[in-house]
Design a protein around this ligand. Structure first.
Ligand SMILES: CC(C)(COP(=O)(O)OP(=O)(O)OC[C@H]1O[C@@H](n2cnc3c(N)ncnc32)[C@H](O)[C@@H]1OP(=O)(O)O)[C@@H](O)C(=O)NCCC(=O)NCCS
Length: 253
């Protein structure tokens, strides 16, 4: 018997991720992503240490599986770096207290795709970000070949702000990433003429940087954004000031 999409969707429930999800969370990350996440990352997620998260579960499954995680989103509140101010906030450069919410990971188990689950999870993140008065945007990186995710974020009205050449380094290969953002709380304020000139200059700078990086394929050009995935595991990073105690790793999607 074929079960209708909306019928399946009505059994999906959403809740925060908790310590009992640790194993399932690790397994689902391993099955969905081409990189390995450090165990500290999972511990931070399940213990809500500087990371906010939501899980989806299928309540129609047999009792012992009914609370098992079938999808998740993890995110973190960050103080924007200068690169993030330039690319995401653009005209809104005056307020030093502003914050951003960065989506670290998002995934839905294969058999639960296309039921609107990721949309619901990302809406939770957007609502959370909107509830923080200083927060100006939700943003993330997506690897350039991940077409389903790109279509998904476009569908959610995220805007593609930049292509970041050689952003990821996975299994000895470089990959570009796209920077996507969804502005909240008036995060994209109207520009003055000066702001417009700065925005054009920023665009030209990123265009020429991307050109230089492409021409200088194996050179030492340093990107404005830090590369965050190295050699199949996450490296500690650096330039970003992350709100809260544990700022050891920048995890990207
Ligand atoms: C990307 C992903 C999270 C989408 O999850 P999902 O629950 O299937 O997404 P939704 O059902 O909420 O989709 C919402 C919209 O996104 C678009 N979309 C989602 N998956 C798509 C796909 N494979 N192809 C084309 N469009 C897609 C559609 O427009 C869809 O709306 P529609 O069903 O009304 O057409 C899921 O495919 C996934 O887990 N992929 C592997 C992990 C990953 O890539 N994570 C994101 C890294 S940035």
């Amino acid at each position: 018997m074929v079960t209708h999409k909306s019928e399946r969707a009505q059994y999906i429930a959403y809740r925060p991720i908790r310590p009992s999800d640790l194993e399932a969370l690790q397994e689902i990350h391993a099955s969905l992503f081409p990189i390995r996440y450090e165990s500290q990352f999972f511990l931070n997620v399940v213990n809500s240490r500087d990371i906010i998260s939501w899980a989806a579960v299928d309540s129609s499954r047999p009792y012992e599986k009914a609370d098992e995680l079938i999808a998740f989103v993890t995110a973190r509140v960050v103080i924007p770096s200068q690169a993030e101010v330039d690319d995401i906030l653009q005209c809104d450069t005056s307020d030093k207290n502003r914050r951003l919410v960065y989506i670290l990971t998002l995934g839905v188990a294969q058999q639960y795709r296309n039921l609107g689950i990721a949309s619901s999870l990302v809406r939770e993140v957007i609502n959370y970000a909107s509830s923080i008065p200083a927060c100006r945007a939700v943003y993330l990186h997506v690897i350039a070949y991940n077409r389903p995710a790109i279509l998904f974020y476009r569908r959610m009205a995220f805007r593609c702000l930049r292509r970041l050449p050689y952003f990821y380094y996975i299994n000895d290969q470089h990959f570009d990433a796209y920077l996507y953002a969804y502005h909240v709380n008036g995060g994209r304020s109207p520009c003055s003429a000066l702001d417009l000139i700065v925005a054009v200059a920023t665009y030209l700078r990123s265009f020429f940087m991307s050109l230089t990086t492409r021409l200088w394929k194996h050179g030492d050009v340093v990107p404005a954004w830090p590369k965050c995935k190295e050699a199949n595991s996450l490296l500690p990073n650096s330039n970003r000031i992350i709100q809260g105690a544990d700022s050891s790793g920048l995890q990207c999607v």
